[in-house]
Design a protein around this ligand. Sequence first.
Ligand code: SF4
Length: 456
Amino acid sequence: MFLGTYNAIMNTIEKLEILADAAKYDASCASSGGARKDSSKGKGVGSTGGAGICHSYAPDGRCISLLKVLLTNVCLYDCHYCINRRSSNVRRALFTPEEVVELTLSFYKRNYIEGLFLSSGIVRSADYTMEMVIRVARLLREEHDFRGYIHLKTIPEASPELISEAGKYADRLSINVELPLQKNLKVLAPEKNVTRTREAMQTINSRITETLVTRKEMRRSKSRAKKPTFATGQSTQMIVGADGSHDSDFLKRSEDLYGNFNLRRVYYSAFSPIPEPSVLLPLKSPPLVREHRLYQADWLLRFYDFQVDELTTSEEPDLDLDIDPKLSWALRNRHVFPFDVNSAPLEMLYRIPGLGVRNAQRIVRLRMYHKVGLEDLIKLRVNLKKTMPFMICSDHHPAKLEFSNEDIRLRFSPPPKQMELDFSAPVIGDKVIIENAETVTKLTMEAGKEAMHGEF
Ligand code: SF4
């Protein structure tokens, strides 16, 4: 009766307005890494490859070519940072699975989208909601032979069988961790639990591994039986700046998730104030550059062999907002530099600020033929301004104390800005839980490029 009322009084466009708007706070929708399905031989619809549709990303790296929508913004839970929480006074709507299927297909056929990102508030129960989400994916895949990208947001409280079922139809599954520390979840999202989320991630990870092994065995035995399908990866999102967690807490949680559950990506989404916010939340967003620094640090953990304890320390648990985390580490460890690019092992080259993974590997190949000099580095488009104080090459040796730490920091820090007024932080009892008095800093063009290519 309750849900039927939503359906009866709204048309699809009205529901879409509400539910697409409600989904915009979720950043974990990038579609990279999913296996492409082929519809080029006239079978099925929705192949992103055969139809020549490209992925499209907003300047901050978010994917914008998916239909990103909630099945419903009705929710039994009361997560303080969420606009759809039970106590929020927002307009509610509910799609039927058939309506989402129809929208996806018609948007796809008009070339608006190349896939679907479907999330949902929890209506009736976690299992009931999960069944509706699965029904959308099943109808698309089985009845309409949809071969486009499907990303399903999974509810950790749903039964493992349903989570496994969702994976059969999706290219990507994700479960949002939301906050890195259980003690803060208890305050801001009392119904959520890190342990349950980890268990659900374990279910997905085991199914991904099993499917890969089975497919490999079938390929080896040249079996003609239908190969099992399952999502090729999982991801998660954490909200930055909604609680008092330090950057080290975020990075430790990410290290745990990448290491134990093989996550494809952890997304960091700067908290944005929502209409009618809870009194437990800060009044303004954290500086966007904090999100950016976390992405850079995450990149260093995954591709540059850095550890969290190297990027943050107990004295400085937050990343430096003025300079990137690799340069910050190098300045703290100045005594180990300079490294000779003609003899240092690859892992040491990764640590030179301004030298990315690809260029470090190119240098290693190049030095097998001749001594690497500045001209080679210019050809490789290495960021010499950043690199030179930290490396030796055939025609460059940084004179001792040529650049002091302060000089280098000044060269790469953004110009000073007027401090913004900070409004008082929210308090629980007599304890301040949010600290957000930071200078708002614009991302520089250089930092933007780094974010896109991960070379820094
Ligand atoms: S469970 Fe999800 S939709 Fe519901 S209040 Fe929490 S974050 Fe929002």
